[in-house]
Design a protein around this ligand. Structure first.
Ligand SMILES: Cc1cc2nc3c(=O)[nH]c(=O)nc-3n(C[C@H](O)[C@H](O)[C@H](O)COP(=O)(O)OP(=O)(O)OC[C@H]3O[C@@H](n4cnc5c(N)ncnc54)[C@H](O)[C@@H]3O)c2cc1C
Length: 434
């Protein structure tokens, strides 16, 4: 006989595990399948998490010894050309005091594993090393559980939650969402570079617990629409660089070539000097935005996290949207169980909850942003060059008058981009985030 559960969850990432914690707390019989050898084994992110959303699921996550690497007290944004660039930073002592753990870094391999252990302690059954290969339906079209790659691997469930991330062919192969188009995903590579904790603290000017995030835009993605990041962990730095998958295909640039160039950039090289490369991985990012969100629920199923394309591109927020949507999916399931209605009507509360939350509000606000970057490559080509030219001229003291330098900069601007194009770019940029 096939074993029956109330809820089957596909994927033990932040979305699936958040849902599992809430469901187990409510006494709902929940099983979580994870294809990795252990939760986290297949996961990768720049390593930033957000305390607010985690606390909505596990208010005592610090007491439960969440594997926090560093508490973030400073956010930097860099706009780089090949040889130099601009840096804008905001540091505030509030993030080491009242707002401590607003943002912190983790190793996803350690965090996902710890998080799944918390769900298991609450009573969810977490089954690693098991791939879900199908989502069977009954004669009325209701999803009735999962089929795994194991022998006799069918498990019945009243409701199935797809939390399988962006890199899973399952949702597309079973028709629950379309295969993402190349321009709807970014391909990112990540390298972990080990350094002694004191070296990191000295180079980033932080205390033993604190850290810095750096988001990098400009010429470092070889003219493609993309971004790089540097995050401080306890005794390592996470570097990632990624760009739109369609751009990679068109430009024939290899991701590891981007990483090598990034590491050699004069603003990056001194930060990683003497470090030991430890880990190298690649992953997709769900960058389709609001217009690529699939149908989020139906008869007997819901979709959450990256699998539902919930990723805020300009703010690089994904893990928090995954946790928040996982929690809302679980709350809706609890409601549906009480009402004994697992149909799309019984699960409609999920759509309402998401629409009222910051998740969909932010996705709507930035719905044009991904397309704006993709369609305006000046941001990654001419503009960083121009900005660097202006910076270099203004800083160089060489007997040339400032008026003359101003003329030089305007002449270069006209050579690279017309004023009209620049104004149009600024207008489109504003419209994409307003
Ligand atoms: C380079 C990079 C940097 C990032 N930086 C940040 C950041 O700084 N901050 C941030 O908030 N977000 C960041 N993100 C995004 C963030 O990682 C995701 O938004 C987040 O992990 C989504 O969580 P999820 O649970 O929906 O999916 P995932 O974390 O992808 O988890 C899905 C899980 O499902 C499992 N799975 C998939 N298919 C199956 C199957 N068929 N059967 C069983 N198991 C399956 C996978 O193994 C995986 O464990 C980054 C992403 C990348 C790639």
């Amino acid at each position: 006989m096939k074993e029956a559960f109330d809820v089957a969850i596909v994927g033990a990432g932040p979305a699936g595990t958040s849902a599992a914690c809430i469901l187990a707390d409510a006494g709902i019989k929940t099983i979580v399948f994870e294809r990795g050898e252990y939760p986290g084994a297949k996961n990768m992110s720049g390593g930033v998490l957000y305390g607010y959303d985690l606390a909505q699921v596990l208010p005592d996550y610090v007491k439960r010894r969440c594997p926090i690497e560093r508490n973030i007290v400073e956010s930097r944004i860099w706009y780089l050309d090949k040889e130099g660039g601009y840096s804008l930073a905001y540091r505030d002592s509030i993030f080491a005091a009242e707002r401590k753990h607003n943002v912190f870094t983790v190793s996803r391999a350690k965090f996902d594993c710890w998080y799944a252990q918390q769900a298991a302690k609450k009573g969810a059954l977490v089954v690693p090393a098991t791939v879900v290969v199908d989502l069977p339906r009954d004669e009325k079209g209701f999803v009735v559980g999962v089929v795994t790659g194991r022998e006799d691997g069918e498990v019945r469930a009243k409701i199935t939650l797809l939390a399988d991330g962006i890199n899973s062919p399952l949702a597309a192969s079973t028709g629950f969402r379309l295969e993402p188009k190349a321009e709807e995903v970014a391909l990112a590579v990540k390298e972990i570079i080990e350094l002694p904790a004191e070296v990191i603290e000295g180079r980033f000017n932080v205390s033993a617990e604190d850290g810095v995030t750096t988001e990098v835009l400009g010429a470092i993605t070889g003219g493609m629409s993309g971004v790089a990041v540097i995050y401080t962990n306890k005794s390592s730095l996470s570097l990632s660089v990624g760009a739109n998958l369609a751009d990679f295909a068109a430009e024939k640039i290899k991701p590891y070539e981007l990483m090598e160039e990034f590491k050699q950039h004069p603003m990056v090289a001194p930060l990683i000097s003497g470090g030991k490369p430890m880990e190298y991985t690649a992953h997709w990012l769900a960058e389709g935005g609001y217009d690529a969100i699939p149908k989020l629920y139906g008869d007997g199923y819901l979709i959450t996290g990256d699998s539902a394309m919930l990723f805020n591109t300009p703010h690089r927020e994904g893990s928090n949207l995954a946790m928040a949507s996982g929690k809302m999916a679980a709350e809706t399931i609890i409601e549906a169980m009480k009402g004994k209605d697992c149909s799309r009507d019984g699960l409609a509360g999920y759509g309402r909850r998401l629409a009222e939350s910051y998740v969909i509000k932010d996705m709507k606000k930035y719905r044009r942003f991904g397309r704006f970057l993709y369609q305006n490559k000046e941001i990654f080509n001419q503009l960083p060059h121009l900005a660097a030219f202006a910076g270099r001229e203004i800083i160089t003291v060489n007997g040339v008058s400032k008026k003359e330098k101003q003329k030089l900069i305007i002449r270069e601007l006209r050579r690279q981009l017309s004023l009209c194009r620049l104004i149009r770019l600024a207008w489109r940029g504003w419209r994409s985030v307003k």
